[in-house]
Design a protein around this ligand. Structure first.
Ligand SMILES: C[S@@+](CC[C@H](N)C(=O)[O-])C[C@H]1O[C@@H](n2cnc3c(N)ncnc32)[C@H](O)[C@@H]1O
Length: 319
């Protein structure tokens, strides 16, 4: 098992403020690092409901958390399907775990010899993509596409849109054309090389691998990560007890923007159009924001765990 080092553990625990009797919904259980810290801090009668789409991650979490016995409930599934049960605390530590990057067969990493899969797990049901051509493509092939199918089957313009919108990649058109010209593409490493050959040699001045943004875009598209997050946040707030805390760790600006905007919207006591002088909406705020600015990792943590560099933690209390 390749171990995942959880980020911002102390900060998450401080924010969630574990108490005896707490029930934590951990929507992205991974290897259970955050859940362990929570259970230890909350004491004996606290519980965790842990969800992960990835069967392997869940197996490892069961091993890592076995001392907590039936205080942990394990659910294989997507946090988009928020369970219908009341909880007092919630954590979503978004995206990919080191355990998945290390697994060559999954195709998440551009140095991997494996196939281009990039699914966290089998999808029972997912929301529509914000990019209509991706929904059309899924309908055409009759299932949610994996990265191999997107790379080898999408029309050039749709592929360019995917890379630009989900990867914020300025060379999306150049990369999409190079991919289409090189089809069929049968592995992660080959795709990464095609991208590296297509972009200018000065790409981002060597700060990141030239394929980073395209791989991020594919992963987001395959798992509909942004749409799942958008749909899951209101459902998560719905099941959170009054006074309970929701914490979200994001790793790129697209995710963080969704969380920030959702928290802001829910913290407002009026959502009337700005030109309206008298409030008629009667909108009750559902959240109080606990983090004016996102909490980020210190230099010490980043040195030990470079993945922490892009982590942003936001929290809000249910009111
Ligand atoms: C960053 S890791 C979480 C690590 C975890 N906090 C720990 O301490 O080990 C993210 C995990 O969330 C899972 N995941 C990502 N999106 C998901 C979703 N929509 N539903 C369920 N699990 C998801 C991934 O499979 C991965 O194992």
């Amino acid at each position: 098992m390749s171990e995942h080092i959880p980020v911002l553990v102390k900060e998450v625990v401080d924010l969630l403020d574990p108490k005896p009797g707490d029930i934590l919904l951990d929507g992205t259980l991974g290897h259970g690092g955050h859940s362990r810290a929570f259970l230890e801090a909350a004491g004996d009668d606290s519980k965790v409901i842990g969800i992960d789409a990835d069967e392997e991650a869940l197996k490892d979490a069961k091993e890592n958390l076995k001392e907590f016995g039936d205080r942990v409930t394990y659910i294989r599934g997507n946090f988009y399907d928020v369970p219908e049960t009341r909880v007092t605390k919630e954590l979503f530590d978004l995206g990919i775990g080191s355990h998945q990057i290390a697994d060559e067969a999954r195709g998440f990493s551009f140095s991997a010899e494996g196939e281009l899969d990039m699914q966290y797990g089998p999808h029972a049901d997912l929301p529509d993509s914000n990019i209509p051509s991706l929904n059309d493509f899924a309908r055409k092939i009759g299932h949610y596409p994996n990265a191999h199918e997107l790379v080898n089957g999408l029309a050039p313009l749709a592929l360019s849109d995917l890379i630009r919108i989900y990867g914020e990649e300025r060379y999306s058109g150049v990369i999409a054309n190079a991919i289409v010209a090189a089809r069929p593409i049968d592995g992660a490493k080959k795709l990464a090389q095609i991208i590296a050959d297509a972009v200018p040699k000065t790409y981002e001045h060597g700060r990141i691998h030239p394929a980073t943004r395209t791989f991020q875009a594919l992963r987001i598209a395959v798992n509909r990560e942004l749409e799942v997050l958008e749909a899951a946040l209101p459902k998560a707030v719905e099941i959170l007890e009054e006074g309970g805390v929701l914490a979200v760790i994001s790793f790129h600006s697209l995710e963080d923007r969704i969380v920030k905007n959702y928290f802001r919207e829910q913290a407002k006591s009026c959502v009337c159009p700005p030109e309206q002088i008298v409030c008629t909406c009667d909108h009750p705020p559902t959240l109080a924001i606990l983090t004016k600015k996102p909490i980020t990792a210190g230099e010490g943590e980043i040195e030990k765990n470079p993945r922490a560099r892009s982590a942003k933690l936001r929290g809000a209390r249910r009111i």
